[in-house]
Write a protein that binds this ligand. Structure first.
Ligand code: PEP
Ligand code: MG
Length: 589
């Protein structure tokens, strides 16, 4: 039995056979006759060509952004395949030792691994994984195996174990019947984690070294509430987790019985609870879970998994279908938030060294007004069918907002001239996700109808810690004074401007943080739908007065750990069942 302590990214418990998304090929020794050496060298050469073609195809698909699975990795693998250490050494072994090509590549790789293992610096030692991956691609071609895809041959009900999974991988894994996921890297607020939560799939990130240790098919438990992964559990552990999984679904059933109860504090203050959704299917599920609105519709997921851009008509129909499914609940559609880890096949984003700080989101929309206009036209047309708001992500400041508003004005004018039905008064809101937007929220508030805080990005940019990078997950600190002060100032600014403010980042759906948010003055929260009953339970059991008193104490503290401890002391006795699994454990630096 091996235990990994990672970081909880999506709650719930799954038990199943392990499915490795990155299985390495293993090759037996084989030699050739001396006079077959030329043919074998030609076979190796053809395999290098074919592996390069695969990489070129991938490169075209990834259309321009370096990063997680980006171009720089593809280019590196191309270099590795042709390197003197891999292809060069394999050629020598074929020539001098009469090795078959796949055996020669395997032996060359072993030598490379041995060289890396002797390095002192752990960073450089870990770089050998690129040689592994590139050699694996070459070996697969030589043996005639298909190119590796994370979801290929996944048994139904399995737990996927991978190194670095992106949001699209999650869609594929889900489709192939995977029930839980373990990742070596990635962060709890990464988009892959958001998708895992939308699908209700338990997900643990930061389980370092798991892919090297786990055998395919081994029984594996993933506990996405505690951030634990257990491989080859003994009977008693298995029984224990099955019982915990049962208790967890019973708890969820109990909580969801509050669906029709109002979200009001004991001193009579309503706290509006909305849902975040990524797809049409999520809308009806959110309404069924008791959401009072769709506070964030992440529209980019309609764009991701396709080779072409969705047409205006398609987006219009999708939005109208969502409004129908919402049964009168207002939907806040966020305009396209692509870039960084969310990259549609159909768009090209200029490469840059750091995608999260590059062309992303609104910056992309302003560079491609054709795509933005098409989306705005579709959504304005849909606004004639139900209550709809627009929301702009990752706005850096007033200039961008003015430019976005100008496109909206133009689109409305165009629709008016065409006599196409639309709601010209649909509200326009701004997401506060960057320190620059937070510090100029008064200027933004004067020129929009509402503000919504995207705490996932706001924290990422406040701490300069990439939310996709597990190595800096410990810097994702929602209770840090820097975050609390920013949120406090935002509430005050919005109040002074008379503009509503909500939170739609992950903080909103964490019941451990509800007192903080309510105490700071937030009255509208939007979250994953399965969090609604939990947050509602806290709201209904607490008064604004006590939440405000707690926040006063918290704001006088200097360290996140102190504030977490204060919260734990106040909440644990009263809401143990609700906050179980949400109390932060200090993440290792
Ligand atoms: C956020 O950043 O908090 C947010 C809600 O947007 P996303 O997670 O989609 O970037
Ligand atoms: Mg964001």
């Amino acid at each position: 039995m091996i235990r990994y302590h990672g970081v909880a990214a999506s709650r719930g418990i799954a038990v199943g056979p392990a499915h490795l998304t990155e299985i390495r090929v293993s090759v037996a020794e084989r030699r050739i006759l001396r006079h077959d050496r030329e043919a074998e060298l030609a076979r190796l050469e053809a395999a290098c060509d074919a592996a390069e073609q695969q990489l070129d195809r991938l490169r075209r698909q990834l259309s321009g952004v370096p990063g997680r699975t980006g171009l720089e990795i593809i280019d590196l693998h191309r270099l590795i395949i042709r390197s003197p250490e891999l292809a060069g050494e394999a050629r020598r072994l074929i020539n001098d030792e009469c090795f078959a090509a796949e055996w020669a590549v395997t032996r060359a790789l072993e030598q490379i691994r041995a060289t890396f293992a002797r390095l002192d610096d752990p960073y450089f030692r870990e770089r050998s994984s690129d040689f592994d991956a590139a050699a694996d691609r070459l070996l697969r071609v030589l043996i005639g195996l298909p190119e590796l895809r994370p979801e290929a041959n996944a048994p139904h009900g399995a737990v996927a174990v991978g190194v670095d999974l992106g949001p699209l991988d999650l869609f594929h894994l889900r489709r192939s019947g995977i029930e839980g996921i373990v990742g070596e890297s990635g962060g709890p607020t990464s988009h892959a984690a958001i998708i895992a939560r939308a699908f209700g799939m338990p997900y643990v990130v930061g389980a370092r070294g798991a892919t090297a240790k786990v055998r395919p098919g081994a029984t594996i438990i993933v506990d996405g509430s505690r951030g634990e992964v257990i491989v080859d559990p003994d009977d008693a552990t298995l029984r224990d987790y099955r019982a915990r999984a049962g208790a967890e679904s019973e708890r969820q059933r109990r909580m969801s019985a509050t669906r029709d109860l109002a979200s009001v504090t004991t001193d009579g203050v309503p706290i509006h609870l909305g849902a975040n959704v990524e797809s049409l299917a999520g809308v009806s599920a959110a309404a069924a879970a008791g959401a009072e609105s769709i506070g964030l519709f992440r529209t980019e997921f309609l764009y991701l998994e396709r080779p072409d851009l969705p047409s205006e008509q398609e987006q219009f129909e999708d939005a109208v279908a969502a409004l129908r499914a919402a049964q009168g609940l207002p939907i806040t559609f966020r305009t396209l938030d692509v870039g960084a880890d969310k990259l549609p096949l159909s768009v090209t984003i200029p490469p840059g060294p750091n995608p999260a700080l590059g062309i992303r989101s609104t910056r992309f929309s302003l560079q491609r007004p054709d795509i933005l206009r098409r989306q705005l036209r579709a959504l304005y047309r849909a606004s004639a069918s139900g209550p709809l708001r627009f929301m702009f992500p990752l706005v850096s400041g007033l200039d961008e907002l003015k430019r976005l508003r100008a496109v909206c004005d133009d689109v409305r004018g165009e629709l008016g001239a065409e006599r196409t039905a639309h709601d010209g008064t649909a509200a326009l809101g701004v997401m506060i996700e960057t320190p620059s937007a937070a510090l100029t929220a008064d200027h933004l508030a004067r020129r929009c109808d509402f503000l919504s805080v995207g705490t996932n990005d706001l924290i990422q940019y406040t701490f300069a810690a990439d939310r996709e990078n597990g190595d800096v997950a410990h810097l994702h600190q929602p209770l840090h004074p820097a975050v609390l002060r920013t949120l406090k100032a935002l509430v005050e600014t919005a109040r002074a401007a008379g503009v509503p403010i909500s939170i739609c980042g992950d903080m909103a759906g964490d019941p451990f943080l509800t007192w903080i948010l309510v105490g700071l003055g937030f009255r509208e929260l939007s979250m994953d739908r399965d969090r609604i009953p939990l947050v509602k339970a806290i709201v209904r059991g607490s008064s604004v007065e006590e939440a405000e008193a707690l926040v006063r104490e918290a704001l006088a503290m200097e360290e996140e750990t102190e504030i977490a401890e204060l919260l734990r002391n106040r909440l644990e006795g009263r809401f143990a069942d609700v906050i179980d699994g949400f109390i932060p454990r200090p993440a290792a630096a």
